[in-house]
Structures are given as C-alpha cells and as structure tokens.
Design a protein around this ligand. Structure first.
Ligand code: HAM
Length: 429
C-alpha cells in the first residue's frame, strides 16, 4: 500500500525538487522566521505559542457564525469524551482566549503578542490557498488609540520591506463602531430587500446573518446590485470618522502608501473600525498576503473585560511565493565547513572521532559513513557544498599528514592531522 499526502497540504522539504515550488524549501521558512523574530523584537512583540486545537465554541463565538470559516471551513471533530474540538483556523480567537483565561491583563506592561504556525481551513485548494497554511500573526490587546492600529500596519509593512517585497498595496477601510454599523445595516437592508431574490445564494444567507458581508461578494450580479447601495462611509459616527482620519494621517506620516477601499469588510465577524488588507499584484485572485483590523468586542465575547484590540496575520506561503515570483533571492542555507571521505575501517574510525570533536566545538563537519569509493565520496562532498574536503586513507594515517582541499578553488594544502582542528577553528571564526 502506497500512501499519498492529503489534498491541500504539502511537505516542507530541505530542498524542494520542483523549480516552481522552490519557495517551499525549509531553509526559506527558517529565514523568514528569523526576519519575523527580529522585526517582532524591534516592535516590542513577544511570542505566544498556542494549541493547534480549541473548543469549537471558541471559534463559533469568536470568529462568528456568519463567517465562511465557521460556516464551511472548520476541521471539527469529537474527541473520545465527546467534546467538540476544532483545528484552529486562525490565531486571534486563541490568543484572546489565552489572554482572558490566564488573566494576562492583570500583568503590568504592554500586551503585544505574535505567533507563527499552521492554521487549518477546509477550502478548495488552489494556487496560494491550502487546507493547512501557516500564518505569522500579531495582536495588540488593550489599546483603543488609532496609533495602535497604525503600529500594527507599520509592523507588517516593515516585515515585508525587510524581506525586499515590492509592489504591495495597503487597502484600508473603516467598518465603523457599533452605532455606525447599526445605522448602515438598516440602510443596506432597506436598499437590498426589494432585490433579495436577485442576490446570489451566499448573499441571501448573509442578508439575514451579517448583511455587511454582502459588500465582499465576488458574484458579478451582487456587485451590479450594489452599484447604487448606500455607503458605510456615510454612516460613520463622529468618533469612528475621527479614528479613521487619524489612522490615515499617521499612515501618511509614516509614508506607508494606502488606498481606501469602501468595499473592504473582511470575512471574519469580529472586526470594527479599521480593517486592512495588503495585496500583491502577483498572486492572481488570491493576492492578499496579509490582513487584519481592530476587534474591540472580542475580549467580551469570549468572557473577558472590555479590551479594545487590533491585529493582523500574513500567510507565509503567500509571502514565500511572492518572494519567488518577484525573483528576490533567498539567502543560501549554511553548508558544512569540512567533509570527510574516509577510506577503509581504520580511517573511518579516526574521522568519526574527529568529526565528533569538531561538532562539539561548533564547527559543522560532515562525514561519509557509507564507505564509498573516493570519486563517489568527493561527489557527495560537492553536493553538500562543504568549504573543505579531506580524503583520509591508510597513507595519511601512517604519515599523520592530511590534504585539506578547498572545494571552490580546487586547491589543497598539507597539514598535520592533529593541527586540523586549530586550523578549522581559525577559518571558521
Ligand atoms: P485572514 O484574512 O483570514 O485573517 O487570514 C490572514 C492571511 O492568511 C490571509 O491574508 C492569507 O495570506 C492567509 N491565508 C488565509 N487562508 C489561507 C489559505 N487557505 N491558504 C493560504 N493562505 C491563507 C485572519 O486569520 C485574522 N486572524 C487576522 C487578524 C489577526 N485579524 C486581527 N488579528
């Protein structure tokens, strides 16, 4: 019986064999994770690691019943004690759950967290869309000021900037506070009610569940109906307008280019006020690489005190694909300093002990333990892209002298065997 990987997921291999999937190679993930950690540190965010599954109800309450995530895409199962659990589809609800459960708001200091990890959504797999994808996300809990919204957008923008990504666009909107939305909902309901039968099936469901989401509809018929619809911007309360204006002013001051997109409402129900998406022209219809917004009501919805919050998440597959699509070179993975090709059992034993010693000194050393012939051993050394190679046989053991070959220049030098460590120590530093 041969097994194959489930649909919509992929392996992350040290070296992805397919050219178009090079972005998947594991050293690229390590690289962008390093950039994330440095950037998070510079912006004052601390890492939080959350479980891969939670009580289903957390996502139903947190992300919202009218969202596609909850209504169609969750991996939900019963455990052996008949509890309903769900593989996390996103990280915000879990971060807030942990924050409230552990009463982290009673701790002094700023409450700024980031996470990196897999998320699970039962979506139709296609380019840039997977059933297991990985997010880098961040949440700032407890501050309602517009500066906090802009700090988040700046953080995400700076991360992309450090990676060298180009041609990115920030789409910005305000979905208002509760009074703004109540007034807009009323106006939109009166406008769409006479056209109800012409709405797409999805939008008919959204009509009663969360009418705002109809603005997000991809159906051309819905979009045509929305042409003359009232605009959320005309229903913003004075406070919401002020907040939104301040966000725009600060973005201009930080020189982060943005466009207002009045149709942007986001697919998760917890948002209020500022919402944003960052898109790249390169990824076709799934070109949103990162997105987020303010969600002031979520802490109360999951049983905590009122704590206005804002966050974002970016899909790491989409970041890596965009890097490859824009031909931005990834740093090379590290290679061994020295590769040993032992010839015969005695040499193997001597090299084995030497390699162990080198590694203990923090010098990356590799050895061919399979006792191949010289030519095959050298080929192997080449494939590892080691800086040096040593072929050690009976003769070298007798004379105590070895030949250290520098692979790039194909030049060699002779050294006493017992000087090798101190020589490599110097080269390595
Ligand atoms: P989201 O827009 O659902 O937001 O997902 C964030 C990002 O994850 C997307 O922009 C996209 O890059 C990536 N993504 C989502 N689904 C997939 C998929 N099936 N395959 C590949 N990539 C995907 C959230 O998850 C919110 N929790 C963001 C947030 C944090 N808002 C406030 N705080």
């Amino acid at each position: 019986m041969k097994y194959s990987i489930p649909k919509g997921v992929f392996d992350i291999l040290p070296n992805e064999p397919k050219e178009e999937d090079q972005w998947r190679s594991s050293h690229h993930w390590i690289y962008i994770e390093e950039v994330i950690r440095k950037c998070a540190n510079d912006f004052g965010f601390k890492e939080i690691r959350l479980p891969l599954f939670e009580q289903t109800e957390l996502f139903v309450r947190g992300v919202g019943e009218s969202s596609d995530i909850v209504s169609k895409e969750m991996y939900t199962f019963l455990d052996k004690a008949d509890r309903s659990l769900t593989l996390r589809p996103e990280g915000t609800a879990s971060t807030i759950r942990a924050f409230i459960e552990k009463k982290l708001y009673t701790q002094p200091g700023l409450h700024k967290y980031y996470y990196i990890g897999p998320m699970f959504r039962y979506e139709r797999p296609q380019a840039g869309r997977y059933r297991q994808h990985h997010q880098f996300g961040a949440e700032a809990i407890g501050v309602g000021a517009p500066e906090q919204d802009v700090e988040m957008i700046h953080f995400l923008w700076e991360f992309y900037h450090r990676l060298g990504l180009k041609n990115l666009y920030v789409q910005l909107n305000s979905v208002g506070d509760e009074p703004s939305r109540a007034s807009f909902r009323k106006a939109l309901t009166s406008y769409l009610e006479p056209h109800f039968s012409k709405l797409s099936e999805d939008s008919q469901v959204r009509f009663s569940r969360n009418i705002l989401r109809i603005l997000d509809s991809k159906s051309p018929e819905d979009q045509a109906l929305l042409e003359g619809a009232p605009s959320l911007a005309d229903h913003l309360s004075l406070e919401a307008k002020d907040h939104f204006n301040k966000v725009q002013q600060l973005l201009r001051q930080l020189k982060i280019p943005f466009e207002i997109n009045l149709k942007l409402v986001r697919g998760l129900d917890y948002y209020n006020q500022t919402v944003f998406e960052i898109t790249s022209s390169k990824l076709g219809s799934h070109n949103t690489i990162g997105a987020g917004g303010r969600y002031d009501g979520l802490t109360e919805a999951v049983g905590g005190p009122y704590l206005p919050s804002v966050g974002f998440a970016t899909g790491l597959e989409r970041v890596l694909q965009t890097l490859q699509g824009q031909n931005i070179p990834f740093p090379k993975p590290p290679h061994p300093i020295v590769f040993f090709v032992p010839l015969g059992p005695k040499a193997l034993h001597a090299c084995f002990l030497l390699v162990a010693q080198l590694r203990e000194e923090g010098i990356s050393a590799e050895i061919d333990l399979s006792e191949k012939k010289v030519q095959q051993g050298l080929k192997l050394a080449d494939s590892t892209k080691s800086k040096f190679c040593v072929v050690l046989g009976e003769r070298e053991l007798e004379t105590g002298e070895i030949e250290l070959k520098e692979m790039a220049s194909r030049t060699s030098q002779t050294l006493p065997f017992h000087d090798l460590i101190s020589f490599l120590r110097k080269t390595h530093v």
